[in-house]
Ligand binder design. Sequence first.
Ligand SMILES: CC(C)(COP(=O)(O)OP(=O)(O)OC[C@H]1O[C@@H](n2cnc3c(N)ncnc32)[C@H](O)[C@@H]1OP(=O)(O)O)[C@@H](O)C(=O)NCCC(=O)NCCS
Length: 314
Amino acid sequence: MDLDGIAARLGVPVEDVERVHRLAGDLPSAPLPAKADAPAILARLAVRPDDAAEIMAGWPDLGSPLWTPELRWLLDRSTALVRADLGGHGWLVPGPELPRDRGPAWRHLYVYAYLALVEVAVGYHRDHGIAEAVSWTTLADLGRNLAVDRRMRGEGWPVMQSWLTLHARGGLYELGRLQYQRGDTTLGLHIPESGPLTPQAVEASLDQARAFFPRHFPDEHYTTFSCGSWLLDPQLLDYLPGDSNIVRFQQRFELEPYEQPEGIDADVEVLRFVFRTLTTPLDQLPRRTALQRAAVDHLKSGRHWQWRRGHFPI
Ligand SMILES: CC(C)(COP(=O)(O)OP(=O)(O)OC[C@H]1O[C@@H](n2cnc3c(N)ncnc32)[C@H](O)[C@@H]1OP(=O)(O)O)[C@@H](O)C(=O)NCCC(=O)NCCS
């Protein structure tokens, strides 16, 4: 296997290619669904028409000139790498980040891997007695993430880079308003962009989770809900009214002492989640909502946002 050659032709560090080769080994990949079935599957995954059209245009048909041997190798081995950790719930990088400006095969390689894994994930859910509706709601985070990526004009996270491997491995479930990441004794909460975070919606979702995990994962014993987010920064209390959803969400948690998390810059995360742009100058960002004004004023005054972790008992 000419890993150096693959890395050079993909334009990525050879260590990244060696890692994929090492973790995927000779393990089985998973086939993509039939192309004729893909539009219906993409619709079930909430992929919007413009994203779906791009994905269909780049489909890895046999002999497609868009798919060089090294791209096909990476698609196959990345799918095998993620599949090998089916049931896992840690962060997993599916492969090297690829340049996005070389067409749909490059831009969406990990989306094709996700599509190949949909049936594997649904099978895993079925083995755990999980209702189909939960499977598809959970897996439909693909469409949401592609839409955000489009809004961010490629400035965001590459889609399927780690985050969506959780969904594909059965490590994360969307139950009502929140998503839950399995852990050792802790269920990690994630907050998708899907409307207001009302206390009622949160409570209903937590109740769903309290029933769901003992039922479908009886060998796992969860004692705590936890969350790491810019939403838990107590400095937000200086700006938002006491009855705002974010403040009421914060009040559920016991905050852990502040530690600058490795690899996360909370200022960047606030820009990502509040404005969906990372490069617009502060002066040109919209000031329509209380949070938008807070985000900008805080940064302009030279202060910084914090990425905070918190927890509360189940
Ligand atoms: C989490 C979220 C649903 C909270 O929204 P919410 O329920 O409207 O929150 P609040 O009621 O506390 O909002 C208070 C104020 O901030 C505004 N606001 C809240 N979230 C906002 C956002 N992401 N962008 C812009 N303004 C926002 C509200 O409009 C309101 O302002 P207003 O009174 O001037 O209208 C929302 O921020 C969101 O969708 N975020 C994206 C996902 C995310 O950040 N996940 C966490 C990743 S770690």
